[in-house]
Write a protein that binds this ligand. Structure first.
Ligand SMILES: [Zn+2]
Length: 383
């Protein structure tokens, strides 16, 4: 990873026009010069997997878990994703938007400039559409670059208990066409996991979505491997996310593919489950991305600096690898790497400013302390 000293960046409108070292070219014209002597500029973080739009935090369930209940027991008692779904049904689009806006601006202060946001707490056509419309509204108003993912098959709604295939049919026959009709999603996702959706059911949704031009970014191998990696890589998934449970053959297959492997270490920390084998994946040649999985049930932190800290301390990434995973590879996991994720001529001018006393290693070392002094998105100072 090249580090430029005594460098300058020329920004025009929302993009990086030129980058250089030493004196500016004599013919450079600019309206404003900002002196950043001694400071460090890094690309803004790219969080390629989040559930930022949700109706309520779930501190109460956290307390249940601390008193000895398992994730499965909490889900059985009406908690978990279904709890979020119930609150989502009751919330208005305006309330959801106001909450999401607040949450997003907190993330920007911590350096996030690009984010993917999923639906998946609706679990009915109407409420899934409501979530996706909120994501589109955020996208229209925010300086943050946002992609939207339809996750209708996130959990089974209560009224479909014992009729998983009927729900999958609803997702395919009613939700997907409605989502496509309003162009509300850029990607499709499924929770492929024991007790949620089988590999067959997941593949049915992903294949159906393909017909609407939606590529796959999928929740796989979180608690169990259902053998999803090979078929999903083969069908051209953009990213496979979670991956806490993988055997060596799966690591190799994914590493040799074009699919981005996305680790969500905040979820591993919060649920106290194993970490994605990031070191192994990178050593085998995978493009590894780091994302927060920000959600009220299993990953309440949206702090990308903390994800870098966990990636280094728990997954044994080097600091440069953690930064690439939290920026450029995240952008690739959203098919935005031509525009975002690194400081390069022609890309959007999205960068963070670190004060003089810190280095790149300070970010993972301080485990989530916010060291960032300023944040520029699309050429404008936001923080
Ligand atoms: Zn997730």
């Amino acid at each position: 990873m090249p580090i430029l000293k005594n460098a300058w960046i020329l920004v025009a409108d929302d993009r990086i026009k030129e980058i250089g070292v030493g004196a500016l070219p004599e013919d450079s014209r600019y309206d404003e010069a900002i002196d950043m002597e001694g400071k460090k500029l890094l690309p803004a973080f790219v969080d390629s997997h989040s559930h930022l739009v949700y109706a309520a935090n779930r501190e109460d369930e956290f307390a249940m878990r601390l008193s000895g209940k398992s994730y499965a027991e909490i889900a059985e008692a009406g908690g978990g994703i279904l709890n979020s779904a119930r609150k989502m049904t009751q919330a208005s689009e305006e309330e959801l938007l106001a909450d999401a806006r607040k949450r997003l601006s907190a993330l920007v202060k911590m350096g996030t400039g690009t984010i993917e946001i999923k639906s998946g707490y609706g679990l009915s056509t109407e409420t899934e559409l409501k979530m996706l419309r909120v994501i589109r509204k955020l996208q229209a108003e925010s300086p943050v670059s946002i992609k939207s993912t339809f996750l209708g098959a996130h959990a089974l709604p209560e009224e479909y208990k014992g009729r998983v295939d009927d729900y999958i049919n609803l997702v395919i026959e009613e939700m997907l066409p409605a989502v496509a009709e309003e162009s509300l999603a850029d990607y499709v996702d499924v929770f492929c996991e024991e007790g949620y959706f089988s590999l067959d059911q997941s593949m049915r949704v992903l294949e159906a979505a393909k017909a609407y031009g939606l590529s796959a970014k999928v929740h796989v191998n979180q608690f169990n491997s259902l053998g999803a990696i090979k078929p999903m890589v083969d069908m051209g998934a953009v990213s496979l996310d979670h991956l806490e449970v993988m055997d060596d053959a799966e690591v190799e297959y994914l590493a040799e593919s074009q699919t981005i492997a996305t680790a969500l270490p905040g979820c591993s920390l919060f649920l106290d489950i194993s970490y994605t084998p990031g070191r192994k994946l990178i050593d085998k040649g995978a493009a590894l991305a780091l994302a927060t999985d920000l959600n009220p049930g299993s990953a309440p932190s949206g702090n990308m600096a903390l994800m870098m800290g966990l990636a280094c301390s728990q997954m044994k990434l080097r600091t440069e690898e953690a930064l690439v995973a939290a920026t450029l590879n995240g952008a690739a996991a959203m098919e935005l790497s031509d525009d975002l994720g690194s400081l390069e001529q022609g890309k959007l001018a999205n960068f963070l400013v670190l004060p003089q006393e810190f280095t790149l290693a300070s970010i993972p070392y301080h485990m989530g302390h916010n060291l960032i002094e300023e944040v520029y998105l699309k050429g404008n100072k936001i923080v």
